[in-house]
Design a protein around this ligand. Structure first.
Ligand code: G
Ligand code: G
Ligand code: MN
Ligand code: NA
Length: 254
């Protein structure tokens, strides 16, 4: 059985689903949003990790349809949470370069927001640092349009792509997601601490929020709080889980 072929049928066969990981505001210590992450429930291709799944989807071009499906499902779920009363919750959706570079990307996002009755201010799109560094002019133009619509842009895996933060002053972005490789090293490597502190301070001067990814210990939270990091995400709060488990977390955090 060919994996591309199986993945091609995954949407119609209802094998794809989303899990959500909470994002916590450090000032209020409340869950303010979630990141949607794709999963594939397939008898034969169980061993395929989400990272590999995305790689296959990108190589085969299936990412365009899958990415659209992810966006729709993430917004539908976020709408359900709004209807349940969690009406300030945002959802963050990962966007592949190939998907972002589609000529109709902006209009596709707009139509899915309308279809799901979700206001643009509750959608954040995550673009990796490496992605943002290719086809820069096209990227800038699209990001500006998305921002004008009220959608937020986050740079994912920040710090891994060898770009300088100064470079990002050109981009209309709202959030930098500090890569978990730095967060992991907070209590092992002085350089990691310095890098995080520098990212947070520079981001503040250009009015960009910071989210630390991969937070697993209270010591890391303490350091990030001291440095003025805005939001955290990681196994300490919760692994990516299904929507019902997210609702339990909402209740417990109230
Ligand atoms: O879910 P997990 O933590 O294993 O994620 C593995 C990788 O796959 C991460 O880099 C994440 O950003 C990416 N990923 C997960 N879901 C999606 C998705 O819906 N679209 C894209 N483009 N990437 C995703
Ligand atoms: O690249 P992106 O940031 O979208 O990746 C999300 C991935 O990070 C998911 O696969 C998720 O499972 C993983 N992740 C989220 N929190 C943690 C954490 O605290 N520790 C580790 N090791 N991985 C995490
Ligand atoms: Mn991400
Ligand atoms: Na990341």
């Amino acid at each position: 059985q060919k994996v591309e072929n199986a993945l091609f049928h995954a949407i119609e066969k209802n094998e794809l689903y989303l899990v959500f990981q909470p994002i916590v505001d450090l000032k209020t210590n409340t869950i303010i949003g979630t990141e949607a992450l794709i999963r594939w429930d397939h008898d034969y291709f169980k061993q395929i990790t989400p990272l590999k799944l995305i790689e296959i989807a990108e190589q085969s071009g299936l990412i365009v349809d899958i990415g659209k499906w992810v966006l729709r499902e993430a917004l539908k779920q976020n709408k359900k949470w709004h209807d349940l009363g969690y009406s300030s919750m945002f959802v963050s959706v990962n966007i592949s370069a190939i998907q972002f570079d589609q000529p109709n990307f902006v209009s596709m996002v707009k139509s899915i927001l309308e279809e799901t009755s979700m206001s643009p201010e509750f959608l954040e799109l995550e673009v990796t640092e490496t992605n943002a560094m290719t086809m820069v002019d096209e990227k800038l133009a699209k990001m500006s349009k998305l921002k004008e619509m009220g959608i937020r842009i986050a740079i994912d895996d920040f710090g891994t792509g060898y770009s300088s933060l100064a470079y990002f002053t050109r981009f209309p972005i709202n959030t930098l997601k500090i890569d978990r490789s730095f967060v992991n090293e907070i209590y092992h490597d002085e350089n990691a601490k310095t890098i995080i502190t520098t990212i947070i301070n520079m981001a503040k001067t250009i009015n960009i929020a910071t989210t630390a990814e991969g937070v697993e210990t209270f010591d890391q939270v303490k350091f990030l709080e001291e440095q003025g990091c805005d939001k955290i995400q990681g196994f300490l709060i919760s692994r990516p889980v299904n929507p019902e488990d997210i609702e339990e977390l909402f209740k417990n955090k109230e």
